[in-house]
Design a protein. Structure first.
Length: 362
């Protein structure tokens, strides 16, 4: 199999602490600080998270400021079909559980163990954005007069949603709830990397996407344009979240290369493959018959396509065979060029901004 760009980059990588002109007294590894210690932005050695923080601020929005009046009228007057209503309700149920789980991980896991000041600055912004995404679900339930209990309990009552939620919790509880968890050990770091893969590459990078495709198909018909705006704002946030997760995983690989043994990398590949199979199950459940020019087979191919982008971005040596986007229109519907970054994310997108001199060739 062709060697990944990341493998080439890492082979050439020089620890920033040894670079000419490096002014800091000591290079700080990304997980080696004190959780309750002084972790400032002022002496931040990593600049890319601060760029993401600024981008998040530039995308500042509030779900309750989005005009949903026309959406409400379309919903009540039959412009939105029963099938399309089910798509929206199912998506909101998935987002309700997923966004909550992601936010829990920010504050119960990531903010504790990632001790770089710039990264924590961004994580605080990310936590706020997740609260906005949760509020979007609430606004939509109010607009469409949905049964809030039904939406909020989708992770318990809809099997294909429950399976994805159970998968996340099963593979991350070691970090989230084990009071004896020790990030300083090799196995602790591997558990933490597994946690990050689950929430960034899988939950935010794969698990939401069948629903996004279905919603985009509704928006493509000129329906629910208020919800369309909510989703576009959300996806700008999610693109930054994904890029941050990829950045952290690659920084951990640089700082602690011993973590990424061949056996551990194989376990991560298996984890993503299992997640893809769960998303395929969800796609078959959500699209039992072809609708709006979509089929479950097309959605599954799309999941394979974006999973391959995730593998590439963190240097995992596996690819699904069908590596073609069956929905070339989706970027334009959801946000044009900004969304292209979500599908084509590569590790090289951020490294140049972090370089301490300009002799990097990756």
């Amino acid at each position: 199999m062709k060697k990944s760009p990341l493998s080439v980059r890492l082979a050439k990588n020089v620890n920033p602490a040894s670079k000419k002109g490096y002014l800091m007294a000591k290079y700080k590894k990304i997980l080696d600080g004190v959780a309750a210690g002084v972790n400032q932005v002022l002496d931040a050695q990593r600049k890319y998270p601060l760029e993401l923080y600024k981008q998040g601020n530039d995308n500042d929005w509030r779900p309750r400021d989005v005009d949903m009046n026309d959406d409400s009228k379309q919903w009540k007057t039959g412009v939105v079909s029963d099938q399309e209503k089910q798509i929206v309700e199912r998506a909101l149920g998935l987002f309700s559980a997923g966004e909550s789980e992601v936010n829990n991980n920010v504050f119960l896991s990531e903010y504790r163990y990632i001790t770089d000041g710039a990264c924590r600055q961004y994580l605080a912004r990310k936590g706020f954005e997740e609260s906005l995404h949760n509020d979007t679900v609430a606004v939509c339930c109010e607009t469409f007069m949905l049964n809030e209990e039904k939406v909020s309990r989708a992770y318990e009552n809809i099997k294909s949603v429950k399976n994805k939620s159970d998968f996340l919790l099963k593979n991350t509880m070691e970090v989230l709830e084990n009071r004896d968890f020790d990030i300083s050990t090799l196995e602790g770091k591997r558990s933490f990397v597994t946690n990050l893969v689950c929430y960034y590459l899988i939950c935010e990078g794969i698990f939401f996407w069948t629903s996004f495709v279905l919603l985009a198909s509704v928006f493509k018909q000129g329906k629910l344009l208020g919800l369309h705006s909510q989703i576009k704002y959300t996806l700008k946030d999610e693109t930054n979240h994904l890029n941050f997760g990829i950045y952290i995983l690659n920084e951990i690989r640089i700082d602690y290369p011993q973590v990424f043994s061949k056996a551990f990398e194989a376990s991560l590949v298996d984890l993503v493959k299992e997640a893809v199979s769960l998303e395929a199950e969800y796609a078959r459940d959500a699209i039992p018959e072809p609708m709006m020019g979509l089929s479950s087979d097309m959605a599954i191919q799309f999941v394979h396509y974006i999973a391959n982008r995730r593998f590439e971005a963190v240097g995992l040596d596996f690819r699904f065979e069908k590596d073609e986007n069956p929905f070339p229109w989706i970027s334009e519907v959801l946000e044009g060029k900004d969304m292209a970054a979500f599908f084509e994310t590569k590790e090289t997108n951020y490294r140049k901004s972090d370089a301490l001199d300009d002799d990097c060739d990756f």
